[in-house]
Design a protein around this ligand. Structure first.
Ligand SMILES: O=c1ccn([C@@H]2O[C@H](COP(=O)(O)OP(=O)(O)O[C@H]3O[C@H](CO)[C@H](O)[C@H](O)[C@H]3O)[C@@H](O)[C@H]2O)c(=O)[nH]1
Length: 365
């Protein structure tokens, strides 16, 4: 199959690109490199550097290439950030995705995999959180993802676009073969920050909130290895041959922030210098996945399930990539410059399709 992967230079997207290629699929990555890295895209995978808001460019690419499906990762993804910049999150995540989905329908692309989030559940009473739990986003980030799920719901009902909404819990770790890793700038996620503190690359780690209603007062999260998460995309693609699905993707085990600190200390053999800080706005106390639907319907199961093993892969990547993707990564002589696939000469003038809904309807076969 031939897939377009938006945000394929980012943390989760780049691991999914590897999984797709390992499974024998061909991939084109579309990324504006605002948070992703050119070096995170394998050298023989075409990378088109462009922004999701550039409908003309996306439309031109879809006109030129026949994609069997789109996997959509490009998004702003920080809960705390979204509390400070709600409109930016809603506009960029929701509007850009809406346009992308419209383009998919217009170009008769039949499969769409969407990186959704546990953040759309807010602060649920019941843990683990099942797929049918009430949606009540606790942040504009979670809300923006839920709005896109609704667009996909109607896109299937009216136009037959099959989609998988994968609600990620906390993606962590790195490719066990060392081909990709986590490199956010600035880094805001607990595990890489704790590792960098253990390595002496950061002076101190702040732990946000000591008074949550959890076993030790710190937030509890369900950490899912990014390669297991990537495999969930492969099995989801099989499912959406015939229908749309929504899955929670997690390990079904919760670890507190203090548990994470202890795990990083075990794996690295170093004490972590940390101190308490105020709660971070938008953080729910506990998020633990009920992933039963994904497991029973697809047979998927996490292979790197222990927290120490997850941390170990992240640690190994950091040791070999102390500067993340900024360090020189050996590249073959053939290097990709934008755009990687030949685009039609009239690309810049490609008309933005503003078309009556009727035009989208698949012709009855
Ligand atoms: O310096 C830090 C950084 C984080 N934390 C805490 O560590 C926990 C995990 O925080 P992360 O930033 O690592 O991850 P989040 O749970 O905020 O968010 C992640 O998981 C979410 C779903 O649960 C979304 O998918 C989101 O995009 C993704 O970043 C939270 O309690 C957070 O407050 C700290 O105490 N100190």
């Amino acid at each position: 199959m031939h897939y377009l992967v938006t945000g394929g230079a980012g943390f989760v997207g780049s691991h999914v690109v590897l999984a797709l290629r390992d499974a024998g699929h061909s991939v084109v990555v579309f990324d504006n490199l605002s948070t992703g890295h050119r070096a995170a895209v394998p050298a023989d995978v075409p990378l088109i550097v462009g922004d999701l808001s550039d409908q003309a460019l996306l439309g031109g690419i879809m006109e030129h290439e026949r994609f069997d499906g789109v996997l959509h990762f490009a998004a702003l993804s920080l809960v705390g950030d979204s509390m400070r910049s709600p409109f930016t999150y809603l506009r960029q995540n929701y509007l850009n995705s809406l346009q992308l989905i419209e383009l998919c329908v217009y170009h008769s692309i039949r499969r769409f995999v969407f990186s959704s989030t546990a953040a759309l559940f807010g602060t649920p009473e019941q843990q683990p959180i099942m797929e049918h739990a009430d949606v009540n986003p606790g942040s504009p980030y979670g809300e923006s993802k839920f709005l896109i799920e609704r667009v996909l719901h109607w896109s299937e009902k009216i136009y037959g676009l099959h989609s998988a909404c994968l609600r990620y819990f906390n993606a962590a770790g790195s490719d066990p073969m060392g081909r990709a890793g986590e490199d956010h700038r600035p880094e805001t996620h607990l595990i890489p920050l704790a590792i960098d503190t253990a390595l002496g690359r950061r002076e101190r780690l702040s732990l946000f909130g000591a008074d949550y209603d959890t076993h030790d007062g710190t937030c509890v999260r369900d950490y899912i290895h990014v390669t297991d998460l990537a495999h969930a995309h492969l099995v989801a693609l099989e499912q959406i041959e015939t229908r749309s699905v929504t899955y929670n993707v997690g390990n079904t085990t919760g670890f507190s922030n203090l548990d994470v600190i202890r795990s990083v200390e075990r794996v690295t053999g170093q004490r972590i210098n940390w101190s308490w800080a105020d709660r971070r706005p938008g953080d729910p106390a506990i998020l633990i996945a009920g992933s039963q639907r994904l497991r029973t319907e697809t047979g998927w199961t996490p292979r790197i399930a222990s927290l120490d093993d997850i941390v170990e892969t992240a640690y190994r990547w950091r040791l070999t990539h102390p500067e993340g993707y900024a360090a020189p990564v050996p590249q073959p002589a053939f290097s990709h410059e934008t755009p990687q696939i030949p685009l039609p000469p009239h690309i810049a003038d490609f008309p933005i399709p503003v078309i009556a809904d009727e035009a989208y309807r698949p012709t009855p076969s």
